[in-house]
Design a binder for this molecule. Sequence first.
Ligand SMILES: Cc1cc2nc3c(=O)[nH]c(=O)nc-3n(C[C@H](O)[C@H](O)[C@H](O)COP(=O)(O)OP(=O)(O)OC[C@H]3O[C@@H](n4cnc5c(N)ncnc54)[C@H](O)[C@@H]3O)c2cc1C
Length: 421
Amino acid sequence: MTELLSDFHEDVDHMTDEEFDAAFEKAQELSAYFREIGPKYDIENTFAYPTIAKFKESGLGAFSVPKRYGGMGGNILQTSKIISELSRGDSAITLAYNMHFIMVGMCMGLFSEEQNKLWLGRVVEGDIVFGPFSEQRAGFSGLADMKAVPQPEGGWRIYGKKVWGTLGEASDIVTTNATITDAEGNLPESFEERVEAESFFVAEFDVDENGQGDGIRIEKTWDALGMHATGTHTIHFEGFYIPEDGFVCEWRAGAFGVLEWASLMFASIYLGMQYRVLEEAREVLSKKTLGATFGAIAAAETKVSNVGHIIDGIGDMASRVELSRRVVYRTCQELVDGDDDNWPVELRFPYIGLAKTFCSENVMHMTKRAMSLVGGSSFKKGAIFERLYRDSAASMFQPLNSDQSCTYIGEQLLAPDELND
Ligand SMILES: Cc1cc2nc3c(=O)[nH]c(=O)nc-3n(C[C@H](O)[C@H](O)[C@H](O)COP(=O)(O)OP(=O)(O)OC[C@H]3O[C@@H](n4cnc5c(N)ncnc54)[C@H](O)[C@@H]3O)c2cc1C
């Protein structure tokens, strides 16, 4: 795996500064568009459909595809910067497209050469990928109950459902995990056999305008506190056929080597959201005047930018943004440089995940603090702050969450073998 990853570092680390600047400009334009239309789709509680054409036009979908497959060759740090910039415009819309960046990043480390040529080639042509993995019983960490039943003619038919299918409405390619059964559709009995049989697949995702396809369909179930424009619906697999060349690898063993593309891209979303919270809070608080006040400050004229806790509050937010930026960028850079080879292998994933949990805790703190500093107007519908507050709560759930990271790290460090070391 180490070898595979270092090859991978070399493969993608080829974008020049000029190429990056040009792509970043495109990201700024797209971000401005997301910012403009984001509120409408938050209110309407639907996926932001007009973004599909704009995203494809931008060419950014191929940003992290290695140059040898026709992509731009952006590495994980450069991709993180693009995601944060898009998220600064609108985090919900960007979280949807983030699934594409996550799956492209993970897949290019797991696909065979033929699969890379085929599927990454399609991404370069403008196709969009999504990755519904989480199920009802247990989210991302639950072993798939979804079944892949082997077919006499080869390949598998997939039965089950995924309840967190972000970006399905815009996607052309589906990647997912399912557990290979016997010919009668029985799941393996022992835990170890289940882990081994759980597999990662890629396939064409061809549904009509109502989300109906051959053996696969989207059920529009998304209705949540925030992140409305992600369109995170339920995806039903009802005998969906995957040919033999759609098998990628054993899921858990494969995923753990490339999950940085999930956790660091989520970190980038919440870093971009932090940029926005600080920007909006400064905008309001640098101008707001309370007039004559009676209370903590009794004065004929109170300008909020002169109030101690507001000055401190903005300073605190800016410090958190700067620290989060350094943690995300530094973690990405360490991966680009291959420094992760020096970390204990069991701790690699949760240590990388710390950037996400750090950004998540900071953004939730900041959205709450911004509302308290701005005052009651921030609580009303249509105010950007109530929206950021709702959207930031989604950061608690994407893997690994803070609780699971700490359990994971603590468990490893308390294991007798570690203690002997
Ligand atoms: C806006 C949004 C979009 C999303 N989009 C997608 C998507 O496109 N694809 C996708 O696959 N998923 C997606 N998800 C799902 C998400 O990543 C999680 O998998 C999902 O929230 C359920 O997992 P969970 O751990 O939160 O909950 P559960 O798995 O139900 O966990 C319940 C509790 O058990 C704990 N727990 C869970 N597993 C373990 C474990 N192994 N060890 C110890 N404790 C554990 C959790 O910390 C939690 O306290 C999305 C989530 C959000 C909020």
